[in-house]
Design a protein around this ligand. Structure first.
Ligand code: ZN
Length: 292
């Protein structure tokens, strides 16, 4: 199906009570691990690229070309989104759109509300003119992401309602107690989540989906999250697999052989997460829509 924008995938997830996973790319092994896992599960998938890693990964254009090359190599048939995660400026979002990304997140959550609305609206106007979806953020996800710490602030339901109606975003990251990085079972404010989901028709996004128990995750999806972002769980699986392999094989030094163990570990995590999110076999919805 190739690269698509995120909006119609999340609408389907919202209507059918499952969530689409966003898995952040940290190196080449992620393209293989994530894409082949999602294909095996017949699930739609979102390849997330944190703005802070874009240069490390070779820039927007190189990332787009790598993603499409891997999709061709593995004959990917599922709908796949290439999404810029946590961009802080209009210019970065525009660069991603121009390079072929099919979705962007403009994170103005550190700004005063009015400025967040203004910045996000500007990104929406540009992205929508290019059929690219936009995610915005209200409240503040806590924890540490890519070395940057942020103070947690829960999204206010009234602010969410006003934010989506004024900006026209396709997805809303409503921070309600989840955290970036490695944390054991953070407490999500389910009452506020349900109240926001009742009042806001825009699909909601859970950031910091790692470390949340299967039970809490199921409740979070039932209560209104249609997209769940996962990064730390894959990072830890990657690190552990490589560490273990090197300890068992001290004389192997070929990067391909070593790093491929990381890719296999990512594959296992992504398949498991997709099953937990309930998005297995949902790719068939879109293939049917496309054909008729
Ligand atoms: Zn995030």
């Amino acid at each position: 199906m190739g690269l698509v924008s995120m909006d119609f995938l999340l609408r389907d997830a919202q209507a059918e009570n499952y969530a689409v996973g966003q898995f952040n790319v940290n190196g080449f092994e992620w393209f293989e691990g994530v894409l082949t896992a999602a294909e095996a599960e017949h699930s739609p998938v979102i390849l997330g690229v944190s703005d802070r890693l874009v240069d490390y990964l070779g820039g927007f254009r190189a990332i787009f070309q790598t993603a499409t090359a891997y999709m061709n190599r593995f004959e990917v048939t599922i709908p796949c989104v290439l999404h810029l995660d946590h961009a802080h400026t209009f210019e970065r979002c525009a660069e991603a759109v121009d390079a072929g990304f099919t979705s962007v997140m403009i994170d103005g959550s550190h700004l005063p509300f009015e400025e967040n609305v203004k910045l996000t609206s500007r990104v929406v106007e540009y992205a929508h003119a290019h059929q690219v979806s936009v995610e915005g953020e209200v409240g503040r996800v806590g924890g540490v992401e890519d070395g940057e710490a942020s103070e947690m602030r829960n999204a206010d339901p009234d602010e969410c309602v006003e934010f989506v109606s004024r900006t026209g975003v396709d997805a809303l990251a409503a921070a309600l107690g989840s955290v970036h990085g490695f944390y054991e079972n953070p407490q999500i404010d389910f009452a506020s989540l349900r109240s926001i989901a009742r009042r806001v028709s825009t699909p909601l996004v859970l950031h910091g989906g790692s470390g949340i128990s299967g039970e809490s995750l199921a409740e979070a999806i039932r209560s209104g999250y249609s997209k769940v972002n996962v990064n730390t769980d894959c990072l830890i699986a990657w690190r552990d697999a490589i560490k273990c392999f090197l300890e068992d094989h001290p004389h192997i030094y070929e990067p391909y052989t070593i790093l491929h163990k990381g890719s296999e570990a990512i594959y296992q995590v992504v398949r498991l997460k997709i099953q937990e999110f309930g998005s297995s076999r949902k790719a068939e919805h879109f293939l049917l829509q496309k054909n008729g």
